[in-house]
Design a protein. Structure first.
Length: 312
């Protein structure tokens, strides 16, 4: 039976071979145009050895299946070229995009200029969001509900594919998902049959309506401290008296890998980072929130950051 370290090594190699296959054009060739190692080699302009070894590795990992002398993509590979349904994309396309930006990070470190987003960054990120672990989603929403313990109108800011919004809706909450125009455009098709309202907006920008609970799940660390502070201030203004703000985050000094998540943001976002409990408490206090709380969310490596608007 393979050890845990061996399993992690195989998963890492799987990601690397997928990344190399995508960069070299092998993935596109075998998914859409060619079937045998020889034809893939010609189509992608790589050596036959490279095509053969890569295809066999992808088949061993379940992305391809052999049909006669050639290979065809399996359902596990659909997310690499079928982008209509977010639920079919999965997490790997976004992980490959993230690896692109990690590889470019040394140059970005020297220049201070953010690496451009890969071509399908938004849809692949949404696909990864839709593929979030269901137990984690339920745990985060449960923690938010227990902290809030009040009204039913919820604003999910930076709600992405609607993973959290749908869980709130299943529990009877009146949910509005707020995100950028590009995300909302995808959500209009993806969530058209769901009991979730959609509104365009930016994390850190003013919020036009009022709510009982303003929620942001895993969004703050994609943004710089000034934007997070601004979001907390605008969230306070958007809450009715007694309303709650809840964020789920990797809080430094609490989450075991929070600093590593911050390093990931160095590669993936222009100003993102992870923040300490004291930073969150300072921002909450400056925005006039009461009953500030930072606590671990059971069953996850995330923390709940919460504050309440005073009852006038």
């Amino acid at each position: 039976m393979p050890t845990r370290d061996a399993t992690r090594a195989h998963e890492f190699r799987e990601l690397l071979v997928l990344w190399a296959a995508r960069k070299a054009g092998i993935l596109d060739a075998v998914m859409t145009k060619a079937g045998t190692p020889e034809t893939v080699a010609r189509e992608a302009n790589v050596t036959e050895r490279a095509a053969r070894i890569t295809i066999e590795a992808l088949a061993e990992r379940g992305f391809l299946k052999q049909v006669g002398e050639g290979y065809e993509p399996t359902n596990r590979a659909l997310g690499f070229f079928a982008k209509t349904d977010l639920n079919s994309i999965g997490r790997l396309s976004h992980e490959l995009d993230a690896l692109d930006r990690w590889v470019a990070l040394p140059e970005a470190m020297r220049t201070g200029e953010q690496t451009p987003e890969p071509p399908e960054w938004t849809v692949n990120k949404l696909g990864a969001h839709a593929a979030m672990d269901e137990a984690t989603v339920r745990a985060v929403v449960t923690a938010a509900v227990h902290y809030h313990d009040g009204g039913t109108r919820v604003l999910d800011v930076g709600g992405g594919a609607g993973t959290y919004a749908l869980e709130f809706a299943r529990r009877g909450y009146d949910v509005t998902l707020c995100d950028t125009p590009a995300v909302i455009e995808r959500d209009r098709a993806q969530l058209r049959h769901e009991a979730v309202s959609l509104v365009e907006g930016q994390f850190g920008a003013p919020i036009s309506e009022t709510y009982d609970l303003v929620f942001a799940g895993g969004v703050a660390h994609w943004h710089g401290p000034e934007t997070v502070r601004s979001f907390i201030e605008h969230a306070h203004d958007a809450l009715d008296a007694g309303g709650s703000l809840v964020l789920s985050e990797f809080v430094r000094d609490h989450a075991q890998n929070a600093a590593l998540v911050g390093a990931h943001m160095l590669a993936q976002s222009e100003r993102g980072d992870t923040y300490t409990e004291q930073q969150f408490r300072t921002w909450l206090s400056a925005a006039s929130f009461k009953q500030a709380r930072v606590e671990s969310i059971p069953g996850t490596d995330l923390q709940l950051v919460g504050g309440r608007r005073a009852i006038d």
